[in-house]
Design a protein. Structure first.
Length: 237
């Protein structure tokens, strides 16, 4: 008897992201045509592909920054297909932690102020004990009052991680956030991020054109394999 036939309700795998027949175009240019993709809750997934092949577009759809145009997209068990832009904003605020390539930090604000900023906008309460614990785990305690513009790239990256994790998102979406770091710093950064995510069963979808970090992930997916759109003049991997 297979493992599936033995499985009980408790063992049932929950899906963090489910895509069926998703299509997306900018103006009249089709960028994505993905027949199927499933990512399990708690999975740490590496999505790779050359520049310009739709990785950021896919992340923005999953984050609800872009509205789905065709097919179905469910994130954290909720269908995003019929949500308005305002509902997508609310969904993103409640469920998604987004780490951008440029970190999107405000250089003249301190580490603490940068991490707390999204809470000020959303008028939500930050648990100070949890915040200090997270800052400690990321090795940032000594810098909390320093403007982030005076920190190294590696330290700034950890501030961006703290800001994404403090709201306890169900999913972390990361858009090539390690490209500015050398190999050892990148590996270290990812290990810290993944350790924190495993504690809370946070799903990670990390996109990159650089395969060197692939081995650190639970699963890697080639966007070229799952997307039916072919691009000309992309750099080969
Ligand atoms: P990647 O993240 O893999 O580098 P992107 O998702 O950023 O790829 O872009 C995929 C394609 O869509 C590229 O050809 C890009 O020029 C195009 N594109 C991205 N954003 C827009 C936009 N806002 N309007 C029109 N075309 C866009």
């Amino acid at each position: 008897m297979s493992r599936a036939e033995h499985s009980t309700e408790n063992e049932k795998v929950e899906n963090a992201i489910v895509i069926n027949n998703l299509k997306f175009s900018y103006q009249n240019t089709e960028i994505l045509n993905i027949p199927s993709l499933k990512i399990n809750k708690g999975e740490i997934v590496f999505l790779y592909g050359p520049s310009g092949t739709g990785k950021s577009t896919l992340l923005e759809l999953v984050a609800g920054v872009l509205k789905n145009q065709f097919g179905s997209l469910s994130v954290c068990g909720e269908s995003l297909d019929q949500k308005s832009l305002m509902e997508l904003d609310r969904f993103r605020a409640e469920n998604i932690g987004y780490i951008f390539q440029s970190f999107n930090l405000i250089p003249y604000l301190s580490v603490l102020e940068n991490i707390e900023l999204p809470f000020l906008f959303n008028k939500k309460y930050v648990d100070r004990t949890e915040l200090m614990e997270l800052i400690k785990n990321l090795g940032l305690t000594a810098y909390i009052n320093r403007p982030v513009g005076q920190l190294s790239v590696g330290q700034q990256q950890r501030v961006a991680v703290a800001r994404a994790l403090i709201k306890k998102p169900k999913i972390i979406l990361a858009d090539e956030p390690t490209s500015a770091l050398d190999y050892n710093h990148r590996e270290n950064f990812l290990k810290i991020l993944f350790n924190l995510c495993r504690v809370h069963e946070t799903t990670v979808l990390f996109v990159s054109h650089d395969l060197t970090m692939e081995k650190l992930f639970d699963r890697s997916i080639s966007l070229t394999d799952i997307n039916q759109i072919r691009f000309e003049n992309t750099e080969s991997l």
